[in-house]
Write a protein that binds this ligand. Structure first.
Ligand code: HEC
Length: 154
């Protein structure tokens, strides 16, 4: 029993070492989800991808923060949380990145930032719970539409 386990471990580590030795440079690798993925690939450099995904995580935090505020019926907390994902988030992107994006992708991105700024205004002006949730519904429609249509590729 014991011997067999050591043998398996030995084979596994030999395989891991071979895989590491054969590893392709990052630029030659396919995006992990590329096989059979029908979405249009958006080609960006590694730092651009990092920046875009970091913005995506900010989006998700914003959505969670607004949902939490609404769950507690506290719409006064919404404006600064929504504004984090507004147009100011675009300030972190390099202008050249915009030129590489498919126009429909770029316009969905601009529209999403704009909708977050409008939601911040709406909540600051005392918008109702239903108005805020309607704005959230529309924003999340953008999240879904873009994710259905595009994927990133190095
Ligand atoms: C204009 C297009 C677009 C819009 C709008 C968009 N995303 Fe994304 N998002 C992407 C792409 C492209 C990826 C990478 C997906 C891939 O390569 O499979 C991504 C990835 C993500 C990720 C993964 C981040 C990581 O670290 O890997 C999260 C979370 C995310 N998006 C959240 C959101 C949320 C929430 C919204 C709406 C508020 C949103 N996104 C709107 C294009 C978009």
């Amino acid at each position: 029993m014991r011997m067999a386990r050591y043998t398996i471990l030995g084979v596994a580590s030999a395989l891991a070492a071979t895989a590491a030795a054969l590893a392709l440079p990052a630029s030659a690798q396919q995006a992990p989800q590329a096989a059979g993925d029908p979405r249009e690939a958006v080609s960006l450099s590694a730092p651009e991808i990092e920046n875009l995904l970091s913005g995506m995580r900010t989006y998700l935090e914003t959505i969670q923060g607004i949902t939490a505020a609404m769950a507690e019926n506290d719409s006064k907390r919404v404006p600064p949380i929504a504004a984090k994902s507004g147009a100011k988030l675009l300030g972190k992107a390099q202008p050249v990145t915009g030129l590489k994006l498919p126009p429909a992708f770029a316009s969905m991105a601009f529209d999403t930032h704009d909708k977050f700024d409008k939601l911040a205004d709406l909540a600051a002006k005392g918008g109702s719970r239903s108005q805020i949730l309607t704005a959230m519904r529309d924003i999340m429609g953008n999240c879904i539409a873009c994710h259905q249509a595009y994927r990133l590729a190095p």
